[in-house]
Each structure stands twice: as structure tokens, then as C-alpha cells.
Write a protein of this length. Structure first.
Length: 226
């Protein structure tokens, strides 16, 4: 098992959210015991209603983008990964009952889940404002690492999208050589003019809003798999 870095829980949850975690999460959670003993997982086998397209969002935070995507893309299935329990509770509190069939949540390290999937399973992978872990000794905890990106490329379908966003300049500089080294990821932008606009519209996330309020510049890097 990998070491998990960071908090798993923040402020105390309300009784209603505790109830959602106890009773509703089990309906849509990917069971760690099943995942640990599985290989070559196909998205078609984890949803009650297979759909032609599937999103994986890594670190969905409070779920602003995830929930908006679910509501605006009814033809997609969605896998959301977030180890922070408060974020999972926030999503469960806003998830409509009719969406329980096309949403699956993973509440542990994404690096334990990705290798279990068969190749070419996802049409889009989004990593929006991941923790920058700014201290030098913590850089190994950053989610954007060569091994993680290689797994993302492997499970993306041909022409699938990979989108990463950050407001942290040092983390951006860390990402660039890792992403440039991936010959199967074609940037949809000019490396000399990194985009500061979203590749499509979504509600401002909690971390995005904090960055904007503090005057930090956000960058949105979008790629296609080739």
C-alpha cells in the first residue's frame, strides 16, 4: 500500500452528511477490496447503464466541476476520485438520485486505482488545481509525476482529453517537462503562450476562487491523446 499524504477529513460533518457517507456512498463507491483483487477493469462493468463516454476527475475537491459535468453531460458516465472525506460528502449532498447510476466515487489514492483499469477506458481525465505541495521535501507528494501521467495516457482512449489546471507557478514549472516528455499527449495550445482560460465553461471551483481572490494567475493545459 502507498502512503497517503494530506488530511483525510476537515471540519466535523453534519449529521445529514454523516448519514450520506454511511448509506449513500456505498451505492456508488468503488469497493477497495474489489479493486485490489481486480485487473483490467472496464468502465462498462462498473456502471449499471453503460454509456459511450466516461470522465475521470482526479481530486474533485468540493465537487463544483464534477457536479456541473454530471448535470450537463447526461450521456457520460463519471468516475470521481477524492480522498478528502468532506469533499465526498459535499458531492453526495448535491447529487441527484437519477445520477446514482452513472457516477462512481473512489475515496483513496488514485495511484491505487489507475493501474487496475484496462487500457483505453476514459474519454477525458481532469486534474483541476491539485495540491501544489510547495515545500521542496514534499515535491514527491505531488500528483503530477511521470508514473501518474503515463498511467493516465494508458487509460485514455485515442483522442481522449487530458486537462490539468493550476494557479501555482512553481508547480506549473514542475509539470511542464513531465508533460512535454509524453509523446502521446498533444498540447492544444502553444507552449510559449500557456492558456489562462478554461478549455470549456465550468463553475469556479473553491480552489480556483481562492487563487483569483489572492491575485494568482490560473493556467489551464489541455491535451489530446495521439
Amino acid at each position: 500500500m502507498r502512503n497517503f499524504y494530506g488530511r483525510r477529513m476537515g471540519r466535523r460533518l453534519s449529521t445529514a452528511k454523516q448519514d450520506l457517507l454511511q448509506h449513500t456512498l456505498s451505492l456508488i463507491a468503488l469497493d477497495p477490496n474489489w479493486v485490489n483483487t481486480s485487473t483490467d477493469i472496464h468502465c462498462a462493468n462498473i456502471f449499471l447503464q453503460p454509456r459511450p463516454s466516461t470522465l475521470l476527475e482526479v481530486g474533485f475537491g468540493q465537487g463544483e466541476h464534477l457536479l456541473d459535468f454530471i448535470n450537463s453531460h447526461p450521456q457520460w458516465n463519471v468516475v470521481g476520485a477524492e480522498p478528502f472525506i468532506n469533499g465526498t460528502a459535499a458531492v453526495l449532498s448535491q447529487l441527484e438520485p437519477q445520477h446514482l447510476n452513472n457516477v462512481r466515487l473512489w475515496s483513496d489514492d488514485i495511484n491505487l486505482l489507475l493501474p487496475k483499469f484496462a487500457a483505453q477506458q476514459f474519454d477525458q481525465i481532469s486534474v483541476l488545481f491539485p495540491d501544489p505541495w510547495p515545500k521542496l521535501r514534499h515535491h514527491k507528494r505531488r500528483i503530477i509525476q511521470t508514473a501518474f501521467i503515463e498511467q493516465c495516457v494508458r487509460v485514455l482512449k485515442p483522442q481522449g482529453k487530458f486537462i490539468v489546471a493550476t494557479d501555482h507557478h512553481d508547480y506549473l514549472q514542475w509539470m511542464i517537462p513531465i508533460l512535454k516528455a509524453q509523446s502521446h499527449l498533444a498540447p492544444q495550445f502553444n507552449w510559449n503562450n500557456l492558456p489562462q482560460h478554461k478549455p470549456y465553461s465550468w463553475p469556479t471551483t473553491t480552489f480556483e476562487a481562492k487563487a483569483i481572490a489572492q491575485g494568482r494567475m490560473c493556467h489551464y493545459l489541455s491535451f489530446h491523446k495521439i
